[in-house]
Write a protein that binds this ligand. Structure first.
Ligand code: ADP
Ligand code: ADP
Length: 231
């Protein structure tokens, strides 16, 4: 069953840069798809078109059978978690408060939001009693990434878009976060599109891997075995 479908999607920026070209991509419900390729080949642009941070120049994007351009962007983004490398945590708010922000925004009571945030911190492997009261600068890079994931999960979105989510941490921590995130994703049944420039990460994590090439073209799309088997 298709969750996300891009049909003939292209993006040319106002300055004439052709970032994405005639992209067809289909992501199934509960699937983790990695977009991989060298820097500048249109991966981030593709991700941002899915949650309408960027409008496509051509083509059509559907989520759960609905054209994203028919939806209010705010309502759309409520169903789409977005995790980026430089997690923009509020520096002057405690970790727990950072995660509570989203439920509060959606009208939860403070007590409910706090309980939900604590549960999410525990879910991503940060003991909420220990780390909830701390401030972001008192956490390691890997821990801040976890807070970013917890915050993205706070609205319980069916879809998660992740842009180099493990890029800012050292290699050992990265592998641990990758494994833990995979377990979490399977447990929660989220549909995930993850951008990385690291082919090892892509084949390790992706149910399927979309290999981007220069000029925002899709060079390959298949399972890790398929992608590795046809160099
Ligand atoms: P990737 O995520 O694969 O590194 P991007 O999607 O960020 O690639 O960028 C694709 C291309 O579009 C690059 O050539 C980049 O320089 C260009 N680009 C990205 N954002 C903009 C922008 N706002 N205006 C003009 N060009 C941009
Ligand atoms: P990770 O393996 O997630 O990268 P680190 O090795 O960077 O973790 O950090 C190890 C421990 O040190 C963590 O429990 C973290 O909370 C703590 N820590 C890191 N930086 C600070 C800081 N500035 N203040 C207090 N504790 C910190």
């Amino acid at each position: 069953e298709t969750m996300i479908r891009l049909s003939g999607v292209g993006k040319t920026y106002p300055d004439g840069t052709a970032a994405v070209h005639e992209l067809d991509l289909e992501v199934r419900r509960g699937e983790l798809v990695c977009l991989v390729g060298p820097s500048g080949c249109g991966k981030s642009t593709t991700l941002k078109m899915i949650n309408r941070l960027i409008e496509p120049s051509t083509g059509r994007i559907e989520i759960d059978g609905q054209d994203v351009t028919d939806q209010d962007p705010v309502a759309l983004r409520r169903g789409i978690g977005y995790v980026i490398q430089q997690v923009g945590l509020f520096p002057h708010q405690k970790v727990i408060t950072n995660v509570m922000t989203v439920p509060l925004l959606y009208g939860e009571s403070k007590a409910t939001a706090r309980a939900r945030a604590a549960e999410l911190l525990d879910t991503v492997g940060l003991d909420s009693a220990t780390y909830g009261p701390r401030y972001p600068h008192q956490l390691s890079g890997g821990q801040r990434q976890r807070v970013g994931v917890a915050r993205a999960l706070a609205a319980d979105p069916p879809v998660l878009l992740m842009d180099e989510p493990f890029g800012a941490v050292d290699p050992v921590v990265r592998v641990r976060l990758q494994d833990e995130f995979l377990r979490l994703q399977r447990d929660l049944g989220k549909t995930v599109v993850l951008v990385t420039h690291d082919i090892d990460e892509a084949v390790r994590m992706g149910d399927r891997v979309a290999v981007f090439a220069e000029g925002g073209r899709l060079a390959q799309y298949g399972t890790p075995a398929e992608v590795l088997g046809r160099p």
